[in-house]
Structure formats: C-alpha cells, structure tokens
Design a protein around this ligand. Structure first.
Ligand code: SF4
Ligand code: SF4
Length: 90
C-alpha cells in the first residue's frame, strides 16, 4: 500500500547555497534529500515531517524548515511517556 501525504509543509531548499556536503541525505529519516552530482535535490517534499534535522545539520544555510510543534514532535513526546504508544493523534 502506498502511503499518502498532505504535502503541507514549510521545507525550502536553496540550491545556490548547497555545496553538496551530503549531510541532509545522511540525517533525513525519510530520505527526502539525495545528492545528485554536486548538489542536493529534494525527492519527495510532500513526505517531510518537519523534524528539522536537515536544516540543523546544513552548515551552509541551504535548507529552512519550520520545525515547531508538529506531528514529529508529538510522536516523540508521546513515545517518551511511560506506557504510551508513540502517536501524533492527528
Ligand atoms: S546539508 Fe546543505 S550544503 Fe550539504 S548537501 Fe545538504 S543542502 Fe547541500
Ligand atoms: S525536516 Fe526532517 S523529514 Fe523533512 S526533509 Fe528535513 S530531515 Fe527530512
């Protein structure tokens, strides 16, 4: 079964600032960034959960994303509660 996403997220990528270091490809849990030649490219923007890992680890300011409270934060918070199952409760 193919998962469906709303695609409403704030992920932005500026190719001009990208050096191709590869950090975004390494840290993204959903493999949304891929290095193609000497630049990163976004493979599936709509799948981004706004965790912020790519932006935090891009030393060149090529990625911005509003990683405020969202599904990812809710899943992490609920998963840390004793006896509860990780869920975002969307
Ligand atoms: S972390 Fe930033 S500079 Fe490095 S490849 Fe990704 S977008 Fe480009
Ligand atoms: S915010 Fe998280 S899920 Fe979205 S592209 Fe960056 S690392 Fe991947």
């Amino acid at each position: 079964m193919e998962l469906k996403y709303l695609g409403l997220n704030t992920l932005e990528y500026d190719e001009k600032k990208c050096t191709g270091c590869g950090m975004c490809e390494i840290v993204c849990p959903l493999r949304i960034f891929r290095i193609n030649g000497k630049k990163a490219e976004i493979t599936a923007k709509e799948k981004c959960i706004e965790c912020g890992a790519c932006s935090l680890n891009c030393a060149f300011g090529a990625i911005t994303v509003d990683s405020g409270p969202g599904c990812a934060a809710a899943v992490l918070a609920s998963g840390l509660k004793k006896g509860s199952k990780a869920a975002c409760n969307c």
